[in-house]
Structure formats: C-alpha cells, structure tokens
Design a protein around this ligand. Structure first.
Ligand SMILES: Nc1ncnc2c1ncn2[C@@H]1O[C@H](COP(=O)(O)OP(=O)(O)OP(=O)(O)O)[C@@H](O)[C@H]1O
Ligand SMILES: [Mg+2]
Length: 451
C-alpha cells in the first residue's frame, strides 16, 4: 500500500514534468481525443450501427494512423507539409463521418470543436484557424456536392431547403474569399521574393566588387614582394661578383707573384700552384652563383642573350641537349617581363634536370601580336600535373611560383604533361603596357645602351 502510494506519487511527478515535453503533450492530447471519440461511438451510435465491429475496426485504424503521425512530426520537427498532412488525415474522415451522420445536425460536430481546440493548443492559434478553415471547406464541399445531386446525401433531408440555399451561398462566398486571399498572398510572396532576390543580387555585386579590389591589392603586394626579393638578389649578386670576385682575383695575383719568386722545383711552389687552381675554381663558382642570383647578362645584353648563355651552361652541366628557337631580333620587352620569362625558364630547366630524365629540350620564345610566349618542352618521363600541383600536394613550390609570377603581370602559365612522353611549360604574358611599363622599358634600353 505504502509503496503503491509512493509509486503513484512518482508517476504524478513524472507526468507533471513530462507535460512540458511537447511530444508527450501531443501524445496525451491525441489519446484523450481518441478516447472521447471512442466513447461517443460506443454510447451514442453503437445501438444504431449494424456492422459495429467494422465501425470499431475503422475507428481503431484511424486512431492508430493518428498516433503514428506523431512519430514523423517529432523527428522532422513541425514543418508545414506535416501540419497539413495531419489536418487532412484527421479532419477528412471526421468531416465525412459528420456529413453522413446528419451534417450540421450531426452529433459528431462537437468533436470538431475539441479537435480544432486541440490543434490550437498543440501547435498554435494559427494552426487552429487553419484546421477550422479545412473543416468548413470539407463540410461545405460534401454539402455542396450532395446539394448538386452528386455524392451521398444522407444528411440532406435533415436540413431545411432555405438553410441549404443560404449555406450554399455562404460557402460560395467563403470559397471566393479563400481564392482572393490565396491570390493576394501569392502575389505578395512573389514580390517579396523578387525584392529579396534583388537585394541578394546587389549584395553579391558589392561583395564581388570588394573581392576585385582585395584581389588587386593582393596582386600589388605580391608584386612588391617579388620586386623586393629581386632587388635583394641583385644586391647579393653584385656583392658576390664585385667584392668577392675582385678579392679572390687579387689574392690569385699575389699568389702568382709569390709563386714566380720561388724556385721552380720547390714543394712550396707546387702547393701555391694548387692553391691558385683551387681559388680559380672558387672564383668560377662565385661567378656562377652570382649569375644565378641575378643574371647580369639580362640587364646588359637582353633576354635572348641571357637565355642562350643560361642554356649553354645548363647543357654543359646536365648533358641534356637543348634546341633553341628564339626571335632573330631582340624583342623590346619591359624589364619585369624579361625577368619573369627568365625566372620561368630557370625553374622549368631546373625541373627538367631534377625530375624529367630527359635527353632533349626544346625552347621557343615568340612574340605574337601583343603577347610574348615562352615554351620549354622536354621528352622526359612526364607526370600527372593535377596530382603534383594541387595546393596541399607537398611537391614543392616551383610550378606555383612560376604561375604566380606570370599572373602578377596579367599572364598565365600552363603545364602540360603526359606520362612517358614529356612535359611542356608554357608561359604567356601580355605586352599591352601601362605608362609605368613604358617608362621602365626606356630605362632598360638606356641601361643596355650605356652598360
Ligand atoms: N619536367 C618535369 N618532368 C617530370 N616531372 C616534373 C617536371 N616538372 C615538375 N615535375 C613534377 O612536379 C613536381 C612539382 O614541381 P615543382 O617545381 O612545383 O616542385 P619541386 O621541383 O619538387 O620543388 P621546388 O619547390 O624546389 O621547385 C615535381 O616534384 C615533379 O614530381
Ligand atoms: Mg621545381
């Protein structure tokens, strides 16, 4: 007894807590509703219904469908189509039952009041109003079709003629009202959507313009970085070439002098000679390094000469034979374009030496209209470009760097490669120049003329 009372108390507390749970609330409301309808069925209709078990079976099915509807409602939350499904699944059978059991005089009608009140409670007042609208629509439709001579008309004789006519007119007006309201809403929604679309478009355009500005700022920044690093390389290169080169040459000359003063067969003289040879090698390396850092020949003799000189050294160093197809006369190019082409050539040939295992390389430099195009094609092993150049591939920065340099001056870089057949790197740069480019070109020509 005692434990029973505690259990009962517990269950009440549990129930009180769960009433705040929306799903539980809905379940209880549905269950109460079902029980009420079941009671009405049993107390009022059972004596008059011949196939009582069929009626009970139908009611049970309807009740279970109603309960089952709670499951998707709970999972999918309450979206609009679910609500309508609920209203139709609940109200349609009840409206049919109301119609067949006496229409406006049917005892099922009060259940509608409970039902609609329930919608208002479970969902919202708006949903209750919707359910009321759906009820009137369904009942009116049944009545109208019966009035016009279609469909079952069991309830018709219960309604006086005058009331029927009034109801028909009223229902017609109701339908007209709904139609007008629907049309109004449709157009309002359409114009709302248009307004939203226009606003979104405007926002998109604003963002795009902002993106362009930021892209341009980024490009300028990268350009400055490249220029700054080129200037540093140039300074280091000059330092190497002038200071180191001259210092080593001076030491060599001193050694030479001392060597000549020593007896020809002395060991010291031989050691000095060997030191002098080593210094000659160091000097050569320093010059090479200085050339790589900043090709003086590019500034002094122009791009074609610089390419020829670089390629000759490349061939000697790697044993790869290079075929050159260069313009017969030196094209007049802005210095930044020359430097970009030269840097691309350096990286493309370095890649050939490091990765391609090629025997032959074909280099073409040609000017077509207002564009200059450099192509470096090898007959090496090739590679899958997308795999090796995708951003996080971890395969180095050479190709990305070449591409970035080309893009800085409005150009583009393509890498075409086939496994077993070789690779071609093509860079194309526009020569339509800004005032700045023309000014710099003048400076380059002047430098060449005076250097
Ligand atoms: N001519 C080529 N033939 C075959 N494979 C190549 C060639 N050029 C590039 N590759 C492949 O593409 C990859 C990426 O080249 P990328 O120049 O970007 O980087 P990397 O040469 O590996 O390193 P680094 O940053 O020093 O240039 C290389 O690792 C190589 O596998
Ligand atoms: Mg590389």
């Amino acid at each position: 007894m005692h434990s029973g009372a505690i259990k009962l108390g517990d269950s009440w507390i549990l129930c009180a807590e769960r009433v705040h749970d929306r799903a539980f609330h809905m379940f209880v409301a549905r269950a109460l509703e079902g029980l009420t309808v079941w009671g009405i069925l049993e107390w009022f209709y059972a004596p008059a219904i011949q196939q009582l078990w069929l009626a009970r079976g139908l009611f049970l099915a309807y009740f279970l469908v109603n309960l089952a509807l709670l499951i998707p409602q709970r999972r999918k939350k309450l979206n609009r189509s679910m609500l309508w499904l609920d209203i139709v699944a609940n109200i349609a059978p009840m409206a049919a039952a109301t119609h067949w059991s006496g229409g406006l005089y049917s005892p099922v009608l009060p259940i509608f009041v409970i039902k609609i009140g329930n919608y208002g409670l479970i969902y919202s007042v708006q949903t209750g109003v919707r359910a009321l609208g759906a009820t009137i629509l369904l009942l009116g439709s049944f009545g109208l079709t019966a009035h016009l001579g279609f469909g079952p008309s069991a309830a018709l004789h219960l309604v006086p003629e005058q009331t029927r006519q009034r109801l028909t007119i009223g229902f017609g007006a109701f339908l007209f009202g709904i139609g007008c309201y629907g049309a109004l809403r449709f157009f309002r929604e359409l114009s709302d959507r248009e307004r939203r679309l226009a606003a979104a478009l405007e926002e998109q355009q604003r963002l795009y313009a902002q993106l362009l500005v930021e892209q341009e700022q980024l490009r300028l920044l990268s350009q400055r970085l490249v220029e700054a690093s080129e200037a540093t390389l140039q300074a280091v290169s000059r330092e190497l070439h002038d200071d180191f080169g001259q210092a080593i040459t001076a030491v060599r000359m001193d050694l030479n002098r001392v060597e000549r003063e020593l007896p020809p067969t002395s060991t010291a003289r031989q050691q000095l000679r060997s030191a002098r040879h080593q210094l000659a090698n160091i000097l050569q390396n320093v010059r090479n390094l200085s050339q790589i850092l900043r090709p003086g020949v590019l500034d002094d003799l122009g791009l074609v000469a610089a390419i020829e000189s670089y390629v000759t050294r490349f061939s000697e160093r790697t044993g790869v034979s290079v075929e050159l197809q260069l313009p017969s006369s030196e094209p007049t190019l802005p210095p930044e374009i020359e430097l970009t082409l030269y840097r691309v050539l350096q990286e493309a040939l370095t890649n050939v030496a490091r990765h391609a295992r090629a025997h032959n390389v074909h280099i073409t430099l040609e000017r077509t209209g207002d564009r200059i195009r450099l192509s470096v094609r090898d007959d090496g092993k090739g590679f899958v470009v997308a795999e090796r150049t995708a951003p996080p591939s971890g395969f180095g920065l050479g190709i990305a760097g070449m591409r970035e340099r080309a893009q800085l001056y409005g150009g583009n870089l393509r890498v075409q490669s086939k496994l077993g057949e070789g690779t071609e790197v093509i860079v194309e740069l526009p020569l339509v120049n800004t005032a700045e480019g023309d000014r710099e070109r003048g400076v380059a020509q002047h430098r060449r003329a005076t250097g």
